[in-house]
Design a binder for this molecule. Sequence first.
Ligand code: SAH
Length: 214
Amino acid sequence: MTSARTRTRLVARLREQGIDDERVLAVMRETPRHLFIEEALASRAYEDTALPIGLGQTISQPYIVARMTQALLAGREALPLRVLEIGTGSGYQSAVLAPLVGQVYSVERIERLSLRARERLAALGLRNVHLKHADGSIGWPGCGPYDGILVTAAAERLPPALPEQLATGGRLVAPLGPAGGVQELLIVERKAIGYETHSLGAVVFVPLLAGVQP
Ligand code: SAH
């Protein structure tokens, strides 16, 4: 089956699972996820499952990518949003965000993953994605404030620098909870005064780790 047809089936499954933002569904239909994983696994690229990307890391399940992207965009119309992602991994989540927002800034602590992601995103001509090899626990201070922050690795507690880099009205989506266990996907919205938090339910992510790695 062609990847375009398997992607159409993936989108039908996402719809059944409650993804209803047509902008998100359209981008998921267009984005070639098979280019973000090792060739040996490419035949499984459009299964709704996380897959290994080397160095002990995974590309997130498509449903989770769609869910987080939908949460970030909810109630917002085609604005030139600035979005920060912590945990570039394969670069797939960045590729999904790129056509939907103004600028994507993505930080990865493993240099080899960041370099590979850079090649893939360049090959797709996605020039509004900016990558940095660094510990994302401190965000990407120079480029904020952000209208949205997606954290794609789980922390026990939210690093305080992240909500601080949100613009007023900005929204952070992050899995919080124990490494190796089940976490809760939280949305934290920055109000004129303080923050408002609610939960999107249980998820499983690889852990947010301190420091950098080659
Ligand atoms: N968004 C990715 C999936 C990422 S898996 C994708 O679409 O493929 C989580 C990633 O977070 C891993 O690559 C891991 O190395 C990275 N990570 C973990 N802790 C981090 C930290 N403190 N700063 C930046 N990246 C981190």
